[in-house]
Design a protein around this ligand. Structure first.
Ligand code: PHE
Ligand code: ZN
Length: 877
């Protein structure tokens, strides 16, 4: 087998031929579905005449092919390579093909497949070529007319994009529905669903008065889990009208829930398909976090209707054009309807843990990559989350009003087109008059920039001198880096007054909170008229996706935590303070020295608990220590055992010192009110549960009692799951085991709850957990064919149980590699994703490095899918 070859951005050319209209007919059958395609094809005006017609196609059995009604002889076309080639074609013509495909054999979940008896499709990025021969690239945009034929009894519901225009009975108990989608779209937005589904329906009137029917299609037993998603959809529709002036453009909007899905959800035109985990909620089956996740994903997919569908990507290198922008949009939406500071804290914590690690590892890539082997490997945190951070910087750079003018310009200028990241940034430059030339480097340069900052206060002259130096570490294929344009939002907090001081820079008064622009490798900023010694509060609200180093003393951090006017930085100061203490404890653990708790951390926590902070959600965040993964991210070499021991020690010390405060918090935040996924309730629950975690860290008798009661009271999944997790993670198997059993039996029928049942067991810190993972893999409810299960069990173990995954005998690595090898055959996309923790070998000690690399080598020796090949090659390069 020849090695898979990379595709380069610099090789981009428009397609030789485009499709203006596609008429598809599906005759559904599990083993032999027939797909007829009539494509209206014309030569691309920018391409020369006489080129061959190249269509992508994979795992298709061709039954017939004709041009303008004339069947082609075998010598007139060729099947091979990536699809079908027809050598001589007219300038404009009709192409008819008929192919056969086997949905039941499709375990990759790309193209047309069956899930719990229903048919569904997934076409992004390159799944449409597994349905029919087609120029399967996003710059080919066609209108679609789709007829779906299926068995009337088992498949009463037949859906596709657009509006239903015709339906009828057919002989042999079959029936059909024809759908028309008037909006030209790339093939990756095509969708089809057929099954025995039930719906809830609602209506929405758009700002121009268009009446839209909203439908959410699910299996019957899930009808009671749809309300929240529907309400979220309506909120998202209103928000996009108010915030971006964008309204919906069809008479019907549908969401379908499926159980087997590689990702969260998919924005197919008018027919969004969702992983059931990303849409179904019920107070008894979904946690607060799940409710919020559903809300944001429903919004995300809906927002794609403009940022992605009406204006789409020219090629897959531009993926962040739609994803970065849409993530930014969904983040703002969630911030607007929930607690904005908490949303920012959550997003940034996740970003700094996971995206920073990606950007520092062997698969690091720019937000706009310049080559790839398998685009499926590029649905990454860099494309999505760093892409969103870049759009956020843009919005801050040009200001809200210009950003809105820029987005209006973008949507109107490029409506119905497939465009590039430059097109987007150009609109922002045009609308604002800003020069964004240097800013564009954010898209092409990989790696996390680091800023080394230091400052001096000159008492005599009342000046504060701030020096910022930037550097971006080398990443694979990019050894030299250029200086980026980095917006640094800051304030100077007076140490006497505890207030933000007025900022004067180069004689210009900037208020008390301002953005300075770092564009050079090193720059000095001299603030004048600084009336008292300040502590600088830098990178407020995480104004750029960088690592900021400033030699803060612990007193400075405690001061900022108490006084910073920026909520995000107040939280971050607490995190930095905790990290300094954790550093000492990690060193103590490694050196076998007795651990001593830093009293300043205890005092800071006591201060928080006594300060009557009224935003409970923020308080809960401030009481939460950095995760083991984030602590690891700060270490030069990751020692999972020392990190776990140090963090446990801090939790226990805080619990011992502040036990009564934690008990009081639990008392104050208990409630019998009926569950609602609303900010106030969510905040109270999170605060109470953080406090309970501390008590359980010392297995306090009162805490154990509360956890058991909370589990038994069965008020909502947030409380039940939290209590159960704490019990299962404790040493008290006498109370954990029966609870786990009760829970497992009660919810055996519910996949989404069972996913949680699997996950919460394999995050246990105890050493026996690997055996439990193996045991659970044999559980009748476990299947490698269901991505949610694989993520819940194997993914959770490998990513969220560092101590056990990194066992020094390598057994955790072996288990992961075995799973990857099996999944490589079944579902390459999921297999490639699952390898991630092994690719981070360079962060560990030599013995572990060797064990991890050995497992990667063992994977490499297999016959690999392009997906797994690309990741493993990079990891071992
Ligand atoms: N485009 C989808 C989203 O972000 C993600 C996705 C990618 C889903 C590829 C399926 C396959 O919103
Ligand atoms: Zn998206």
């Amino acid at each position: 087998m020849s090695e898979p070859q990379p595709i380069y951005l610099s090789d981009y050319r428009p397609p030789a031929y485009r499709v203006t209209h596609a008429e598809l007919t599906f005759d559904l059958d599990p083993a032999a579905t027939r797909v007829k395609a009539r494509l209206h094809v014309e030569r691309h005006p920018q391409r020369e005449a006489g080129a061959s017609l190249e269509l992508e196609g994979e795992q298709l059995t061709l039954r017939s092919i004709a041009i303008d009604g004339q069947p082609l002889g075998e010598e007139e076309y060729k099947i091979g390579g990536t699809g079908l080639t027809v050598h001589r074609v007219p300038e404009t013509f009709l192409l008819d093909t008929e192919v056969e495909i086997a949905p039941d054999d499709n375990t990759a979940l790309s193209g047309l497949y069956r899930s719990s008896g229903m048919y569904c499709t997934q076409c992004e990025a390159e799944g449409f070529r597994r349905i029919t021969f087609y120029p399967d690239r996003p710059d080919v945009m066609a209108t679609f007319s789709t007829t779906v034929i299926g068995d009337a009894a088992s498949l009463p519901v037949l859906l596709s994009n657009g509006n239903p225009v015709e339906r009828g009975e057919l002989p042999g108990g079959r029936h059909f529905v024809t759908w028309d989608d008037p909006h030209p779209k790339p093939s990756y937005l095509f969708a089809l669903v057929a099954g025995d589904l039930k719906k809830i329906e609602d209506r929405f009137t758009t700002m121009s008065g268009r009446d839209v029917t909203l439908q959410l299609w699910v299996e019957e037993e899930n009808l009671d889990k749809t309300e929240h998603a529907m309400a979220s959809l309506k909120r998202a529709m209103t928000w996009d009208e108010e915030t971006y002036g964008r309204e919906y453009d069809l008479d019907l909007f549908m969401i379908v829930a499926v159980n087997d899905f590689n990702m969260g959800a998919m924005e197919n035109k008018g027919l969004n398909i969702f992983n059931s985990a990303a849409v179904l909620t019920h107070p008894h089956t979904a946690t607060d976090a799940a409710f919020q996740r559903v809300e944001s994903i429903v919004a995300h997919e809906y927002f794609h209707n403009w940022s992605g569908n009406r204006v789409t990507c020219r090629d897959w290198f531009q993926l962040s054009l739609k994803e970065g922008f849409t993530v930014f949009r969904d983040q703002c939406f969630s911030a607007d309807i929930n607690s904005a500071p908490v949303k920012r804290i959550e997003d940034v914590s996740f970003f700094r843990t996971a995206q920073f690690a990606e950007d520092a590892g062997p698969t690091a890539h720019p937000v706009r990559p310049d080559h790839y082997i398998e685009i499926g490997n590029f649905y990454t945190l860099t494309i999505y989350e760093k892409g969103a951070q870049i759009v956020r910087m843009l919005s801050n750079l040009v200001g809200e009003a210009a950003f809105r003018r820029g987005s209006d310009l973008y949507f109107s200028r490029f409506d119905g087109q497939a465009v590039t990241i430059e097109d987007f940034v150009d609109c922002m430059a045009e609308a604002s008059g800003e020069d964004l030339g240097q800013f564009l480097l954010w898209y092409s340069q990989a790696g996390t920039p680091e800023i080394d900052a230091h400052g001096e206060y000159d008492y005599a002259n009342a000046e504060y001198r701030l020096i910022l130096r930037q550097r971006t570490p080398a990443t694979p294929g990019q050894s030299e880096k250029q200086a980026l344009h980095i917006p640094v939002r800051l304030g100077l907090v007076g140490t006497k007054s505890g207030r933000d001081l007025p900022l004067t820079l180069d004689g210009e008064a900037l208020g008390t909170d301002a953005v300075i622009h770092l564009r050079e490798d090193e720059q000095e900023f001299l603030f004048t008229d600084v009336s008292e010694a300040p502590v600088p509060s830098l990178l407020r609200d995480f104004s750029a996706p960088v690592k900021l180093h400033f030699p803060y003393g612990r007193e400075d951090l405690a001061f900022l935590q108490a006084h910073d006017s920026d909520g995000f930085n107040r939280w971050d100061a607490g995190q930095r303070l905790a990290l300094l203490a954790l550093d000492d404890l990690i060193a103590a653990h490694r050196n076998g020295v007795e651990k001593v708790m830093d009293s300043r951390v205890v005092d800071a926590f006591r201060g928080l608990l006594e300060a009557q902070i009224d935003d409970k959600a923020v308080l809960a965040q401030m009481l939460t220590l950095p995760s083991e993964a984030y602590i690891a991210e700060q270490q030069p070499l990751v020692d999972v055992d020392a990190i776990h021991a140090a963090r446990t020690f801090v939790r226990q010390s805080l619990a011992l010192a502040l036990r009564d405060d934690f008990l009081r918090i639990i008392e104050e935040n208990r409630s019998d009110a009926p569950y609602a996924p609303e900010p106030e309730q969510i905040a109270a629950r999170s605060l109470k549960n953080v406090a309970l975690s501390y008590l359980m860290a010392i297995e306090d008798e009162a805490g154990l009692e509360i956890a058991q009661q909370q589990f038994a009271a069965d008020r909502n999944m947030t409380d039940v799951r939290h209590a159960l997790t704490l019990m299962v993670h404790s040493s008290r198997s006498d109370i954990a085991d029966p609870a786990l059993k009760t829970f497992g039996e009660r919810w055996a029928h519910d996949r989404l709850v069972m996913d949680q049942w699997f996950s919460l067991q394999v995050t246990r810190p105890q050493a026996d957990v690997l055996d439990r993972v193996k045991f659970l893999m044999e559980h009748p409810a476990f299947s490698l064919k269901n991505p949610n299960r694989v993520r819940a069990l194997i993914g959770t173990f490998a990513n969220q149980n560092p101590v056990n995954f990194h066992r020094d005998d390598g057994a955790g690595y072996r288990l992961l590699a075995d799973t990857v090898i099996e999944l490589n055959r079944l579902n390459p996309e999921i297999a490639a994703r699952l390898i991630t923790p092994l690719t981070r070998w360079a962060r560990f000690d030599e013995a572990r490095q060797e064990l991890m690399r050995a497992e990667l080598e063992r994977i490499r020796a297999e016959e690999l899918s392009p997906n797994v090949y690309e990741v493993v090659e990079k990891a071992l390069a």
